[in-house]
Design a protein around this ligand. Structure first.
Ligand SMILES: [Zn+2]
Ligand SMILES: [Zn+2]
Length: 337
């Protein structure tokens, strides 16, 4: 039987379709391995081509070479060179396109997927995210800092070289605001953080947990909008990604790399996005919100029903997706439940 499941926070419904249900292994894309060229002469992110990017903001040095770099996005969607003054006229509201758009070049190696990097290098990348997040969050003109990764054409990028991005905006998106308010309503009604409750429930039920460590839990969503849609939650209550400790970053490096390796080897290197969902600077210390990472393999396309309703159809049963990922053996130092 198919089932309708409701997202704990957005309250949106998802159809878990038994009629169309596929076994998790049927979702594998088996993308042919790219030739493992660690250098591509025309790639703007490869070593030796540093002059093809705008001037560097940050570098993780490796002798006179580098292990990771942060640069402004050459094709930035927003610009820091203007003022975010808002104009509101009757039904319309607008402002100049102020914002910051940066690229994190994750490694000098052109073809090294994050799933294949050492855990410590993934932790280095997370540390860079935090450094940039902290600095931009101090800017009074910036309300929201979003860190994300697009990997592969189905996830929105044609650039092969491993990279992630950061976009800082002078507004809080409507979707983020709605989630903050939903979490606040829950806190007012029940006196506790909805995410802390969810983590307790998932650890008790176990069936959707993919892996857990001292500081983090990764699990497939109960109302997963697409196959293998996974959240990584810090087990300690923290509203903002900026609150993560040094020990927690090292641990998250292991957890994130292990989860990505399970997707990479279990599903044949699918395209994916990940994003860090965090309370904005104005809500630092909030007891009602809890930051997390969403990791989303892009195995299906949204179509008319999703566009017309905001409701999604998932063709892999979340508990089966989690069991499948638990059983993908990858080299790991993280406890698997
Ligand atoms: Zn490259
Ligand atoms: Zn919490």
């Amino acid at each position: 039987m198919s089932e309708l499941r409701q997202n704990f926070m957005t309250k949106e419904w998802v159809v878990i379709s038994a009629e169309r249900a596929k076994r998790p292994d049927q979702m594998a894309v088996h993308r042919p391995a790219r030739p493992a060229v660690s250098y591509s002469p025309n790639c703007p992110f490869c070593p030796g081509n540093e002059d093809k990017t705008p001037p560097e903001i940050l570098r993780l040095p490796d002798g006179d070479r580098w292990r990771a770099r942060v640069v402004p996005n050459k094709y930035s969607v927003l610009s820091p060179e203007c003022k975010p003054d808002r104009t509101v006229r009757r039904s319309m509201s607008w402002m100049a396109g102020f914002g910051v758009h940066e690229v994190i070049i994750e490694t000098p190696d052109h073809s090294l997927a994050m799933a294949q990097m050492p855990d410590a290098h993934v932790a280095d990348i997370l540390r860079i995210y935090k450094t940039r997040y902290d600095e931009l969050s101090l800017d009074p003109r910036i309300d929201q800092v979003t860190i994300f990764k697009n990997s592969g054409a189905d996830a929105g990028t044609s650039l092969e070289h491993p990279h992630s991005q950061l976009i800082a905006t002078p507004v809080i998106s409507h979707q983020v605001r709605e989630r903050l308010q939903a979490a606040l309503r829950h806190y007012d009604e029940f006196g506790c953080c909805i995410f802390c409750q969810l983590i307790d429930d998932e650890l008790e039920e176990q069936v959707r947990v993919v892996l857990k460590s001292q500081h983090f839990v990764a699990g497939v969503l109960f109302a997963s909008p697409s196959p293998f849609f996974t959240h990584i939650y810090p087990r300690r209550h923290m509203a903002s990604f900026g609150d993560i400790s040094a020990k927690e970053i090292a641990d998250l490096g292991r957890v994130l790399r292990t989860l990505l390796a399970k997707l990479y080897y279990g599903l044949g290197n699918p395209d994916f996005n990940f994003t860090i969902r965090t309370a904005p600077a104005e809500c630092v210390g909030a007891r009602y919100f809890h930051w997390y990472m969403s990791v989303i393999p892009r195995l299906t396309h949204t179509a008319g029903f999703e566009l017309g309703t905001g409701m999604f159809i998932d063709t892999v049963i979340p508990e089966e997706a989690a069991e499948f990922l638990r059983n993908v053996k990858v080299e790991t130092t993280v406890g698997v439940s």
